[in-house]
Design a protein. Structure first.
Length: 389
């Protein structure tokens, strides 16, 4: 856990800070290695010690040009080896460039560099004559050690590459999950989506009292006959997007759109005592919003709105394509209030009227014939708090 915490803190550091620290460590390490390396005839001078700062400077730009930094570092080490300076394991000056190039995908070049610095001593040992046994042993030991170190360094590069790939895959997974979450929330209410993700197979709830709203554009189909499908969709998308914003502002749940009809409900999936008032406010604002939009022919739109209050059953249907819908007499009655209504008016049932009469202006329409219901007394919702809508 301590190692993980240290690594996490290191990863949170800004990249310039990490690069500067790594460059300084590399420069110091190479300089120390030159100082303590086995002498080979010429003591280290200022030119030899330039190798450390040069490799450190290259390390600063390794993220942008990983292959160029690897080749430049290898060239610098090659030039150093042409002099009789103290012996230096190639893995030390290449300890930053090799894993960076490997992690960046330049694995062929990384292997080629390792093969070069590991292969030339082997060729030298194979072709050199009359080498003292102790020198041959020292060279073999140094060769094996250097190759082992470079292999470890390349494995570090592979670990970094794998970690980056996992991080990228994790980010893509999170982005896909977020996208799926947004799509799910576009179809289902948030509490219902949460229940579905928790594994509930059948989601169906009884609500003893909600208020249902239906809104339908007046004569929209006929007025759209002479226009293009693209224009029809554009008009409906613009209008229904505005109605969605209204529903969200009033805390209502949009249930669906069917053609040019819009359905919303107050009081579910989270019950609220003021559901009738919230739907009434939505209806009044909806009527004003529709009047601000034009049909495909450029004429102002009009809407019929119907509202009823009562019990419903709500649930999710479908397995591959989910739908959250309502059933019950309240739904049917609200739909009838819309279809038997008057353009530009909001028709409500008597039971909705009883919940709105304090604080809203309503006008009695009188008894009307409603299919499947017989004769019902209905009302027109005109405005809020006694003021005209």
């Amino acid at each position: 856990m301590a190692g993980t915490s240290w690594w996490s803190r290191l990863r949170r550091l800004p990249e310039p800070v990490v690069d500067a620290g790594l460059a300084l460590i590399l420069a110091v390490t190479v300089s120390v290695a030159i100082t303590v390396g086995p002498p080979q005839g010429q003591p280290p001078d200022a030119f030899a010690y330039l190798l450390g700062p040069l490799l450190g400077a290259l390390a600063l730009v390794r993220r942008r040009w990983p292959l160029a930094v690897l080749l430049a570092s290898a060239a610098a080490v090659f030039v150093y080896n042409q002099f009789d300076y103290p012996g230096l394991f190639s893995a030390v000056p290449l300890s930053v460039a090799l894993p960076t190039a490997w992690a960046a995908g330049h694995r062929g070049w990384a292997v080629a560099v390792v093969a070069w610095f590991g292969g030339t001593p082997i060729i030298f040992l194979a072709t050199a004559d009359n080498l003292p046994p102790e020198m041959r042993t020292r060279l073999v030991y140094g060769l094996v050690t250097d190759l082992a170190l470079m292999i470890v360094v390349m494995r570090l590069g592979e670990a970094v590459r794998t970690r980056r790939a996992l991080d990228q895959a994790h980010r893509q997974l999170l982005a896909e999950q977020e996208r799926s979450e947004r799509l799910l929330l576009n179809v289902l209410p948030a509490p219902i989506a949460a229940r579905l993700k928790q594994g509930e197979e059948v989601i169906a709830d009884d609500f003893p009292e909600v208020t249902v709203l239906f809104a339908d554009l007046v004569d929209f189909t006929r007025r759209s006959r002479d226009t293009t499908p693209e224009r029809v969709v554009e008009v409906l998308d613009d209008l229904f997007s505005a109605l969605d914003a209204l529903a969200e502002r009033h805390g209502l749940e949009k249930i669906k759109t069917v053609g040019d009809a819009y359905m919303a409900v107050g009081g579910l999936p989270e019950p609220r005592p003021d559901h009738a008032r919230a739907v009434a406010d939505m209806a009044l604002d909806l009527r004003l919003e529709v009047a601000r939009h034009l049909d495909p022919g450029g004429e102002p739109l009009a809407v019929r709105i119907g509202i009823d209050t009562g019990p419903v059953v709500a649930g999710v249907i479908g397995r591959r394509k989910f739908s959250y819908d309502l059933w019950g007499d309240t739904v049917n009655t609200a739909s009838r209030m819309e279809s038997t209504g008057v353009p530009g008016c909001i028709q409500v049932t008597d039971r909705t009227y009883r919940r709105l009469r304090d604080g809203y202006r309503l006008e009695r329409r009188g008894p009307i014939q409603v299919k499947g219901k017989g004769e019902l007394v209905t009302w027109f919702l005109v405005g809020r708090d006694g003021r005209p809508g």
